[in-house]
Design a protein around this ligand. Structure first.
Ligand code: ZN
Length: 288
């Protein structure tokens, strides 16, 4: 199976009371670790690519070609969506042209009128091409690719207005932030989430900043309509810790331990373990 839109997998998730993991990719190892884990666990999966990561991996066409080829070469049969994470207006157009199957147009930092206008433009393009579209209301806190959000709480009425444009899924701030959570974090605001869930009448909701949100809060958010959970930092931390351990143990200096295929193996396995743990938590295993 080639790339698919995230629409069907997310609508199934809402109906089934689970969520699909969106895991950001950074290179070949990352992509292979996530795809093989999804296949082993028979879980649908969304590969997220930020604009910064796309640039790092030599552009959207390189990323799309790598992912499509890997799906074929590895015999991946579970549904896989290749999704632009926090796309700008220009970036979203480029990713669509390169063959991404899902787009986030992040207009959360525009005034609501401009956000609506630009989102509506992408609704038309994505409908025509059969792609899924994620919109954003309010900004998500923390820092991602140099964009710093204040972590505001989204207004349910604004969420309804943007959901009614015909988007596939909606990211709305409910106290979640990107990166590591500070010690004084107040937690997710379930009152706001419930309000958004009701106002948007079952539209799949997206939880950004999945790293470090306690498992019980994630489960509660899923019960309130969250169907896509974005995980990025957690895989990075797991990869870095496993690589550090390998080098600190001097394994890169023993035999051919310097071979990148050996050096990166523990980090690769750590990503797989993290993805598995998240898929268990989200309830997506066996839902392919
Ligand atoms: Zn995000």
């Amino acid at each position: 199976m080639g790339l698919v839109s995230a629409k069907e997998m997310l609508e199934k998730a809402v109906a089934g009371g689970y969520a699909v993991g969106h895991f950001n990719i950074n290179n070949l190892e990352w992509t292979k670790a996530i795809l093989t884990t999804a296949q082993e666990l028979q879980s649908p999966v969304i590969l997220g690519v930020s604009e910064g990561a796309a640039k790092y991996m030599c552009g959207y066409t390189t990323v799309a070609a790598m992912v499509k080829a890997m799906i074929e070469e590895l015999g991946i049969t579970v549904p896989v969506a290749l999704h632009l994470d926090h796309g700008t207006y220009e970036g979203a157009k480029k990713a669509i042209a390169a063959g991404f199957s899902s787009i986030q147009f992040d207009g959360g930092h525009y005034a609501i009128e401009e956000n609506l206008e630009k989102t509506a433009e992408f609704v038309a393009i994505c409908k025509e091409k059969g792609l899924s579209l994620e919109a954003e209301v309010g900004s998500i806190g923390g820092e991602e690719d140099g964009v710093i959000g204040a972590g505001e709480l989204a207004d349910p009425q604004q969420c309804k207005t943007i959901a009614d444009l015909g988007i596939t899924m909606l990211a709305a701030g409910i106290g979640n932030i990107h990166g590591k959570y500070p010690a004084n974090w107040k937690g997710l605001n379930f009152e706001v989430l419930e309000g958004i869930h009701k106002a948007c009448s079952g539209k799949p909701l997206v939880l950004h900043g999945g790293t470090g949100i306690p498992a019980d809060m994630v489960k509660k958010a899923i019960s309130l309509g969250v169907a896509k959970v974005n995980v990025n930092t957690e895989c990075q931390l797991a990869f870095a810790a496993a690589t550090r351990e390998y080098i600190e143990a001097g394994k890169d200096q023993a035999g051919k331990g310097f071979d990148p295929r050996k050096l990166l193996a523990p980090g690769y396995q750590a990503i797989k373990d993290t993805v598995k743990e998240k898929m268990e938590l989200f309830g997506s295993i066996g839902k392919a």
